[in-house]
Write a protein that binds this ligand. Structure first.
Ligand code: GLA
Length: 716
């Protein structure tokens, strides 16, 4: 693909003093990032904010700070770039060389600014890709060693942005296994705050690469200036937020430089991952919708396609199954009316059969005494039942009790002279080694070749990188964290090229992987092993900040069965609906309810998966929560309401309980109907203008614990 189909502006200038001022504009429909070359030849960020009506007026704004600050010069805070040159000099001074801006085939505009260090001939390119209608900007950098000998890259941020506001509030999304993405807001004052991960493979177990910085005041769902950013990198990331002595904030995003110094050979170029951000002037809700629209259109694998409902056997059976049990479940998938049956962990290995999580990982042949007729008998049964078949794999990992470990210890990331430390009884394979990449690709390739009917993989990754040491002879140890991820992408590129139709779930012991580079390959991800529906309301709320509903796998299970099946199902209907239980876990009425709910979901899918999401009432705010989805083009909408634990005698007539909708056309009339009821009968609520529904609202919450309701809002 040609990089530019239309070049808008090109300029080449001699770096140095007395340079003519050069303004570089990166704009979307609502946002402008203006860079400026000053008389000293250096590149400054002049402006980042709401786009001005008159572009000529950017000239009046004084330069803010150097766009990509380097180590060793006159700045006293955290730099974006630190190069140790071949002669031992640790400083870099970048001056402007040229820039280009060109329309891309997908409608975005790519601006490239080339800078150089005159003393050393090293080159830095800063890239800004702007997506006009979704107000998303991607930024990343490329660093080239122009010296005669290798240099050492100590810090190499993808992006640096500067802000000047009276106050800053950071919202971070951190947690742990089964308690992912809890939102915490804190003010940023003088000093540095870092959000980072050092876990390597299961990188986001404690913190996801999502942040929001409110500028001035804490942004609400609908109001306030807020920067929302994420890094497209399935590995260690770091976001640095530093407020200086004058109250200016810098936001530096990129790979975590922790144990990741890069040696760059002469002439070699290092490309950093994409930092993706939006700057909303209408609060967090708009920022989320920007991300959702952008992801579905430009980033997500099969972003414009729908998603399959499924029945998964993990919580239904754990490791305890055989062909007969699975065939029964495949039949249950058909009876429920879902699109696919997904076979989870426990189907493989013979010398060390996978009967628990202590052994077998790495040996990807069916366990003969569990599945004497192989996966083929199951895909055949699925075909007979008219459902698709999906399979769980964890191809990056190995149990020490496995044939793979016995044969290929050199493929394992492990310290040669120390006791091994295990996380979930397993170790990580060394994806920096091309032989291991071939092996991991081969896991998928062999299965797909033998069983072409496999329509879906759940690709798990349950361990962080422990015992960090590559036994691959060509490895520079401090390259391992980064080269691991690059090796993973090489494998995923090959899979996507060979099997373009394949859908895949990204999973990492729950939400340990949750990033937009991964989602170029995966069609969805597993947000958490915690499927308690109340917990899920928070987890889905957290991930929805940047990820659209179609990426969020949400399964109905037996966790928290004090919540009615309807409550559990309604929570899961706000994402990519699945079930992970046996029909025996429910009574007859509940099973009938689920069948109807799946039919309802199939009708609502275009609104939930493709529409605009409005988070109406936060679960963090107390007793109730509600989210609505509005179909594109002013269309129909659906509202989900949940009463979690309403207070005794709380008045549902209080204004908070009057649920105001969003995103409707004020001039249109809508019919509001409660659907998906356990009695199977729809209940007409009434007809109202969009104006009424958004200004006055309706009392859609109840005072009953663990109650959920679904309302369609149809335009008449
Ligand atoms: C991880 C996943 C679960 C399940 C198990 C199987 O924990 O997150 O969904 O697949 O592995 O071992």
């Amino acid at each position: 693909m040609k990089p530019f189909i239309l070049t808008l502006a090109v300029s080449a200038m001699i770096p140095g003093a007395n340079i003519a001022a050069e303004e570089i504009m990166v704009t979307t429909n609502n946002t402008a990032l203006v860079l400026d070359v000053a008389d000293n030849g250096r590149l400054y960020q002049k402006y980042l904010g709401k786009k001005l009506r008159n572009a000529a007026e950017y000239k009046a704004i004084p330069n803010a700070a150097e766009a990509y600050i380097t180590h060793g010069m006159e700045d006293y805070y955290e730099p974006a770039l630190h190069i140790n040159h071949a002669d031992g000099n640790p400083s870099t001074l970048l001056t402007y060389v040229s820039h280009t801006a060109g329309a891309q085939p997908d409608g975005s505009t790519l601006t490239t600014v080339t800078l150089t260090d005159k003393e050393y001939s090293d080159r830095v390119k800063l890239f800004y890709q702007a997506y006009p209608e979704t107000d998303i900007i991607k930024s990343w950098s490329e660093i080239t060693n122009g010296e005669k000998k290798p240099v050492e890259l100590e810090k190499y941020a993808s992006s640096m942005l500067h802000f000047n506001a009276p106050a800053y509030y950071l919202t971070q999304y951190n947690g742990d296994w089964a308690s992912e993405v809890n939102a915490t807001e804190l003010p940023l004052s003088f000093g540095k705050k870092e959000l980072d991960t050092k876990l390597g493979a299961r990188a986001n177990m404690f913190v996801s690469p999502i942040f929001q910085v409110s500028l001035g005041e804490s942004a609400t769902e609908d109001a306030g200036d807020v920067l929302v950013g994420t890094l497209g990198w399935t590995g260690n990331f770091r976001f640095t937020f530093e407020v200086d002595h004058q109250g200016a904030l810098r936001v530096i995003s990129g790979i975590n430089p922790y144990f990741s110094k890069r040696t760059l050979a002469k002439g070699e170029t290092f490309t950093t991952p994409e930092f993706i951000f939006t700057l909303s002037n209408e609060g967090r809700g708009k920022a989320s919708r920007n991300f959702h629209d952008w992801a579905r259109k430009y980033q997500l694998n099969k972003g414009d396609e729908t998603r399959m409902t499924l029945l998964n056997n993990w919580e239904a059976t754990y490791f305890d199954f055989d062909e007969e049990k699975l065939k029964k479940l495949i039949g249950e998938a058909r009876d429920l009316g879902v699109d696919m049956f997904l076979l989870d962990d426990g189907w493989f290995a013979n010398k060390y059969p996978r009967k628990g999580d202590t052994q077998g990982l790495g040996d990807w042949e069916e366990t003969a005494d569990k599945l004497p007729n192989g996966i083929g008998a199951l895909t055949e049964e699925a075909r007979r039942c008219g459902v698709k078949f999906g399979l769980w794999i964890e191809p990056e990992m190995v149990n020490p009790r496995s044939e793979l470990y016995e044969q290929h210890k050199d493929w394992v990331i492990t310290l040669p002279n120390r006791d091994e430390y295990y996380f979930r009884n397993q170790l990580v394979l060394d994806l920096s080694n091309p032989e291991v990449q071939d092996y991991v690709f081969g896991v998928v390739d062999k299965l797909k070749t033998k069983y072409p009917d496999i329509a879906f993989f759940k690709w798990d990754c349950n361990s962080p990188i422990t015992n960090i040491y590559s036994n691959y002879e060509k490895m520079n140890q401090s390259h391992l964290y980064v080269d691991y991820v690059r090796g993973l992408y090489k494998v995923l590129d090959r899979i996507k090229a060979k099997y373009p139709g394949l859908m895949m779930m990204m999973c990492s012991g729950g939400g340990g992987r949750s990033d937009y580079e991964g989602l170029k390959y995966f069609t969805e991800f597993w947000p958490s092993d915690n499927t308690d529906p109340v917990e899920r309301l928070y987890i889905q709320w957290g991930f929805s900040q940047i990820f659209p509903a179609k990426t969020l796998c949400a399964h109905v299970t037996t966790w928290n069965s004090s919540a009615p099946v309807k409550f559990r199902t309604n929570v899961a209907m706000m994402g990519k609906l699945g079930f992970d239980l046996k029909l025996d876990d429910m009574n007859k009425d509940e099973v009938e309810y689920c069948k109807r709910a799946i039919r309802n979901y199939n009708v609502l899918k275009p609104i939930i998966l493709e529409g605009d999401q409005y988070r109406l009432v936060s679960p963090y705010s107390g007793e109730h929560t509600s989210t609505m989805y509005v179909g594109k083009n002013d269309g129909d909408a659906v509202v989900f309401t949940f009463d979690i634990y309403p207070r005794y005698k709380q008045s549902i007539h209080r204004s908070e309980a009057q649920l105001r909708m969003k995103g409707l056309n004020p001039a249109a009339t809508y019919r509001v109907t409660e659907i998906d009821r356990t009695d199977g009968k729809d209940r007409q609520i009434g007809e109202y203008s969009g104006d009424y529904l958004m200004t006055v609202g309706l009392p859609l919450f109840t005072l009953n614990r663990l109650t959920s309701r679904v309302f369609t809002v149809n335009k008449l």
